[in-house]
Write a protein that binds this ligand. Structure first.
Ligand code: GRF
Length: 190
């Protein structure tokens, strides 16, 4: 089975996924795609000799090039890991229930357009929540709205600041995202 990872930034989740499947005979990360030529995730992919592809707005939203590229590689699952652009309908239609995303909060609260990265943690903290967590979900035409596949939670302790809850969330993301991907791909091959 073959995975494509889309990421816009640092790519610490991408790194964990790449490492997790590095020696796997059945599952591989075949390509890493980004909308940002300077995204650190591209460096991480290079370090593992995984091919990369950078696209701009025009290519992503006005052409079918990205879909064609994924199809030419026989991609089975598209994994968004810190990818900040809305996925266009041609891509969703080409990969029905085969595109997943990770969000650093318990959806449906604290999701939607503009709710990403530290903004999510800031909102959670300001709302005085006693806990937060992560959500892994299928991707549809709207930000953070597809069917939920996995959630796990952590406690927010007195005195936790944004960095602390970001850290707690990241630990969960790194632990669960590779495993959820593996389970989905195993189900697909049955
Ligand atoms: C993660 O917190 C993820 O939930 C969100 O973007 C962040 C990506 O971090 N969608 P990284 O680039 O994987 O380090």
């Amino acid at each position: 089975k073959r995975i494509a990872i889309f990421a816009s930034g640092s790519g610490s989740n991408a790194q964990k996924i790449i490492e997790y499947f590095h020696k796997n005979q059945e599952i591989e990360v075949s390509i890493v795609l980004s909308n940002r030529p300077d995204a650190y995730v591209l460096q991480r992919a290079d370090n593992f000799e995984i091919p990369t592809h950078v696209f701009d707005r025009e290519e992503f939203y006005q052409t079918n090039e990205v879909v064609k590229l994924l199809q030419s590689l026989n991609i089975d699952l598209v994994v968004l890991a810190g990818f900040l652009w809305l996925v266009p309908s041609n891509l969703i239609e080409a990969y029905p229930n085969k595109i997943i995303n990770i969000h650093p909060a318990i959806l449906p609260k604290f999701g939607g357009k503009g709710m990403y990265g530290m903004k999510v943690h800031k909102a959670v903290l300001e709302a005085g929540e006693a806990e937060s967590g992560i959500t892994i979900h299928f991707v549809n035409e709207h930000f953070d709205e597809g069917e939920i596949i996995h959630q796990s939670k952590y406690k927010i302790d007195n005195g936790d600041d944004i960095d602390m809850i970001a850290y707690k969330g990241q630990q969960l993301e790194h632990h669960y995202y590779p495993k959820v991907i593996e389970n989905l791909l195993k189900k697909m091959s049955k």
